[in-house]
Design a protein around this ligand. Sequence first.
Ligand SMILES: *Cc1c(COP(=O)(O)O)cnc(C)c1O
Length: 389
Amino acid sequence: MSATCPTVAVPATAARPVLEVDLAAVGANTRLLADRAGGALMAVVKADGFGHGAVDVARTALAHGATWLGVTALAEALPLRAAGLRAPVLSWLNPVGADWAAAVAAEVDVAVPSAEHLTAVAAAPGRARVHLHVDCGMARDGAAPASWSGLCAAARRAERRGLVEVVGVMGHLGCAETPGDTCNTHGRTRFAWALETARAAGLRPEHRHLAATAATLTDPRSHHTMSRVGAGLVGIDPSGTTALRGALTLTAPVVSVRRVPAGSSVGYGHHHRTDRATHLGLVPLGYADGLPRAASGRAEVLVRGARRPLVGLLSMDQAVVDLGERPVAPGETVTLLGPGDAGEPTAADWARWAGTIPHEVLTGLGAATRLGTRLERHVTGAAHLRGLV
Ligand SMILES: *Cc1c(COP(=O)(O)O)cnc(C)c1O
């Protein structure tokens, strides 16, 4: 626990919990990543920009060095166009029956991982811009190696008939957060083979992209013509090598404070018993707001400059903080998560407490703000964007 901060004079109060999105942090992270990438930078804003707001993150990234946008589903791509963003957009995860005509009409590039996808995309009116997607060793998305050369040949035939334009080839690395893992060597080799095979089939894809955040930061051999980065934009470095800045701060007013004797049971199942007389504060946030329940018994929050433990099981909408002998006034604000400047827990802390990764913590909080009921979303740091994009 960090030391008590003596400089807090007037405690902040608030009417409701707030999730603040700091776009200046996203801008700074983007500049660092654009600097490290050997080629262009695609800002991946899937899952609502990792919970930070897809349009806000996209606009910020484009103003700070990114030139492409990337999402999984087409349903995530179309709102970017509706918001007026004109940069190239790639959507890489869609069922065969997706609305490819809408993609073509909105000038959204699509990834093609199979012959069935190619047939469906080629049948759409207009000429789709496609990125052939090869599996580089995850057995997840992308074409399996055995089908790759057939896919390239079919794509070339469709291209000659004017049905599609193959503008890219993409792959993805399964172990990039562990730079020394031989799985990365295999992934890079597979990708190089896939590019050669595409070329031998007569394709000339201008955009060749393999690296996400971790490989962009640690492995220049994976950079090719473009990097697709998502986590890094919002302050997560899966490789643990680079200081990036978190962009979310979660604060909440304490609803009430009570004095309890030693031996008091707290919360569902009485999982916690106070070992001394203490003050308990009630925080109106729980797992429905994105706080991982698995962090129960380990999580802490920042109260008047000091870390205090959350005690008992996290409830759906409530958490209890043990304030010790330093009670706060009802309405005073506590900080549950932030970039860490004042000693508040970070997304990495919450991930450790919950046995997960920061990605899940941030997307969970973001999903809760979209409900728009309890958790209010504030955006800061956007002033520098005005008139830029
Ligand atoms: C999510 C995703 C990315 C971005 O990865 P980060 O590690 O978040 O930078 C890139 N490519 C694909 C295919 C993805 O699914």
